[in-house]
Ligand binder design. Structure first.
Ligand code: IPE
Ligand code: IPE
Ligand code: MG
Length: 240
């Protein structure tokens, strides 16, 4: 547990919100906003290591986002596929390990294949751990983890008295990730929308009115520098 002032954000998580409004404000189709949003992802991924970030987790599509129009959903999925195809070389070259969390069974087989491919291709990279949440919902993840835990109990791999926070967290999609230190949400909304429900229990939060397509590495730098002044107590009473 690190409460020293001036510390870095080891694990940054971002709820990238506001693509639709960015486009609508300009009289453009929502998908134009999603496309612009993907360009900002490229910028932030490249800027993150310079700002001391080692883990970057991005909320790209929630389990609730299936409630949008088919046109928007298909358009977003196509953007994911294109991002993976176009960015694979650059990510590998820059030491970025890319992973995904969320339930991928519901995604198109072609997209699943691309996701598996880039995970394997960048598995050796270690400068930045990039995790993209697609078809991700905190409640869904916890429910799937309970199912996995039950299976472990049923087959004898785990006994009831071995159920604790560690063995439970090992059943989550984020089993290989540390908990986030800071969660940023863009677009002026003050909610978590089902993001990292278990993992962000002790995260710090920052909310910015900036719509995701307008978000910049400069704004990220300002937010990260503010994080250094936060006092993280983790329930303790600090001396002095
Ligand atoms: C975030 O932007 C991207 C996704 C949720 C897929 P939105 O599409 O939610 O943009 P707004 O909130 O409608 O402006
Ligand atoms: C949260 O944004 C999900 C992502 C950024 C992927 P939403 O736009 O879906 O959230 P709500 O509907 O405003 O809560
Ligand atoms: Mg939104």
């Amino acid at each position: 547990m690190d409460d020293a002032p001036g510390r870095c954000v080891d694990h940054l998580a971002i709820i990238m919100d506001g693509n639709g409004r960015w486009a609508t404000n300009r009289g453009l189709p929502r998908l134009v906003g999603h496309r612009r949003g993907a360009e900002v992802v490229r910028t932030i991924v490249m800027a993150a290591p310079r700002l001391g970030v080692k883990w970057l987790t991005l909320y790209a599509f929630s389990t609730e986002n299936w409630n949008r129009s088919t046109k928007e959903i298909l358009g977003i999925m196509a953007i994911f596929a294109r991002y993976i195809e176009r960015e694979a070389d650059r990510l590998a070259m820059n030491g970025v390990r890319m992973r995904f969390i969320g339930d991928r069974d519901a995604l198109e087989p072609k997209l699943q294949k691309l996701m598996d491919g880039i995970e394997a291709r960048t598995a050796h990279c270690s400068l930045l751990n990039l995790t993209v949440a697609i078809n991700y919902g905190g409640r869904d993840e916890i429910t799937r983890a309970v199912k996995m835990l039950t299976q472990k109990l049923a087959c004898g791999a785990l006994s009831a008295d071995q159920i604790n926070q560690e063995s439970f967290a090992a059943c989550l999609d984020t089993q290989d990730l540390p908990d986030p230190d800071l969660v940023i949400r863009t677009s002026g909304e003050f909610r978590t929308s089902n993001f990292l429900a278990w993992q962000a229990a002790y995260a710090e939060y920052e909310f910015t009115p900036t719509l995701w397509p307008d978000f910049t590495a400069d704004e990220l730098e300002v937010i990260i520098s503010r994080f250094g002044n936060r006092i993280r107590r983790f329930g303790r009473v600090l001396a002095g």
